[in-house]
Design a protein around this ligand. Sequence first.
Ligand code: FES
Ligand code: FES
Length: 163
Amino acid sequence: MGKTHLNMKVNGKEVDVLTEPRHLLIHVLREELNITGPHVGCESSHCGACTIDMNGMSVKSCSVFAAQAEGAEITTIEGIGSPDGLHVLQEMFKEHHGLQCGYCTPGMITRAYRLLQENDNPTEEEVRFGMSGNLCRCTGYQNIVKAIMAAADKMNEVKEAAQ
Ligand code: FES
Ligand code: FES
């Protein structure tokens, strides 16, 4: 199949990639745009390592064809925080030991980022349910949940202080 132009906005920047429409979005991001935060795990929509934010929803980028992303607005972990300016979720994952090997972490944080926009004061049960599409082989989830709850509290404190 021939290549075609794919136009998207990724982490706030307009991009135009020449790619095959059948390519998976995770491969376009990693191999053609060098955005390697989203990881390849199962490539079958199970693990969540490839989670990105697409048009305001958490999406597993291994289940999206390039052609389906035309015109999309995408945020990856690179657009959520940076080494010099960590997002509060990243700070809380660090503080509460929400990661070990780190393979699942970009997907976890990207999903949690959307979860806290959908519900800024989630119960533990809601966090566990909301994160249930993201698997971690290391942590046993306890500290991931703690980190997300702590991030929600911090974000709410900032919001209250600004009122
Ligand atoms: S690599 Fe996409 S869900 Fe596992
Ligand atoms: S920290 Fe290793 S898979 Fe989650």
